[in-house]
Design a protein around this ligand. Structure first.
Ligand code: SF4
Length: 453
């Protein structure tokens, strides 16, 4: 990537598309058109899915526990060292799955299982075994399913890697964030490169097929030079995929972020430069830039799918093998079943209370209209595949005028063949799509996606 492209980006553009901090995000973004979905409506939808001959399902499980709370964390989690509390959570999870399969039918095949958190590998070996027993009691994990678990490298061990592999996990996602000590001190998460290297080696030795590493740009004290050093070290580990999230500072919503000195955060312009550096280093190392914030090797499914214009994105991230329905269990889990979105109660207490009362624990739901659903799919396609053919673009009607303004800003190219995202446009792509399709507003307060690492 030619970094001079970043020099040419006027600050007014950065301000217009990325300027608002998470705390300053316009209120309108929060007012997603939630129209209220009762739990019996969700149950009815699950029953309908169960009646279809061969529904393709993905399942997300949220494990809401960590050993400590990182200052930058935006996840739904609880710090605990109480094994009984985690055992109680597993009891409730089992009950929740009982309720789901009572509507859906037991033993439905699942093509993608993602266990996220929180820190799933904060669970003891016995608890991890039980977690997977619960899954197998309720669903049938397809033989070629993508089965992924998020892990904190500091909690991993050779024995745990072996256990996870034996439980059927083939993919592992490691939270690394940044390897600079200055940044690590500022975010309250110290972990050395040696620890990450050991975990990657252990994971490879026991046969994990795919290792993902998560990084974050926009962290306190993060400099381009130090980030380049992090990237060099991460590239030397040869992960299959790398994701680089954008840090959103919102202490009013996430009080743990008050521990971060706002003065030490990079400005929006510096943040763009940091991400530009990520793109440059990773693409030079042979990774392909996927969608907004991911990078994959040349033979990766995502790389091929993006080149062929068939990459998709669901609540668990990008996918080259989309499923019709994504179910979610555990507090805060977000399910996407056709045009219906449902999110579970966020607090452990609220979620537990609902499940123990015998009802599906959703806190809210949202039905997309046919038109919203269609628009969502169109913007999802642009976000993933960076192009829209003319026949699709023309269905965007009134949006074409504001997309034309994005083209004037150099973010898009629009002509008789359709719409293409420019290199400059990729730095603003998520914001551009969110502005045009409220249902893609993943970051709004009521539309939080479980983190997809
Ligand atoms: S960033 Fe990850 S490990 Fe840190 S508190 Fe949040 S969920 Fe836990």
């Amino acid at each position: 990537m030619n970094l001079s492209i970043l020099d040419e980006i006027p600050s007014s553009l950065i301000e217009r598309y990325l300027g608002a901090t998470a705390d300053q995000a316009p209120a309108a973004k929060v007012e997603v058109k939630v129209n209220g979905v009762a739990h019996d409506e969700y149950a009815r939808t699950l029953r309908d899915i169960g009646l279809s001959s061969n529904p393709s399902l993905a399942l997300y499980l949220h494990v809401p526990f960590c050993a400590t709370r990182c200052h930058f964390c935006a996840c739904n989690t609880n710090v605990t060292h109480d094994a009984d509390q985690i055992d109680d959570y597993l009891d409730t999870l089992e009950r929740e799955m009982d309720l789901v399969v009572a509507a859906l039918g037991a033993g439905r095949p699942v093509c993608q299982l993602h266990v996220g958190g929180g820190t799933p590998n904060h669970l003891s070996d016995g608890q991890l075994i039980r977690l997977m027993e619960i899954v197998h009691q309720h669903f049938q994990i397809a033989e070629d399913a993508c089965v992924c678990i998020e892990c904190n490298p500091r909690r991993a061990s050779a024995g745990q890697m072996e256990l996870l592999r034996s439980l059927g996990f083939g993919w592992i996602s490691l939270g690394v964030q940044d390897l600079s000590l200055d940044v690590q001190r500022a975010i309250g998460r110290i972990q050395s490169e040696a620890v990450i290297r050991d975990v990657c080696q252990m994971a490879r030795e026991v046969g994990f097929e795919n290792i993902n590493i998560d990084l974050i740009h926009g962290l306190p004290n993060q400099t381009e030079r130090a980030l380049a050093s992090t990237l060099e070290q991460v590239i030397s580990l040869r992960p299959d995929r790398i994701r680089c999230f954008s840090y959103a500072h919102a202490p009013s919503r996430r009080p743990n972020q008050l521990a971060i000195n706002a003065q030490s955060l990079p400005s929006p312009t510096e943040k763009i430069s940091l991400f530009g550096r990520v793109v440059k280093e990773l693409t030079q190392a042979g990774y392909t830039w996927i969608g907004v914030d991911c990078f994959a090797g040349p033979r990766d499914d995502w790389t091929r799918a993006q080149a062929e214009g068939r990459l998709r994105r669901n609540s668990m991230g990008y996918t080259a093998a989309p499923t019709d329905y994504q179910l979610a269990c555990g507090p805060h889990g977000l399910g996407e079943v056709g045009s219906l979105f449902v999110q579970n109660e966020s607090s452990l207490t609220g979620w537990t209370r609902a499940v123990m009362a015998g009802r599906l624990p959703i806190a809210w739901g949202h039905h997309l209209s046919d038109e919203d659903y269609r628009r969502r799919r169109v913007y999802e396609h642009l976000l993933c595949n960076l192009v829209l053919p003319a026949s699709t673009a023309k269905t965007l009607g009134a949006d074409l005028e504001s997309l034309g303004r994005c083209a004037q800003d150099g973010l898009l190219e629009m002509d008789a063949e359709g719409i293409r995202v420019t290199e400059r446009g990729r730095f603003f792509l998520e914001s551009l799509c969110a502005q045009h399709a409220s249902s893609l507003d993943w970051d709004s307060a009521q539309w939080l996606f479980p983190k997809s690492r």
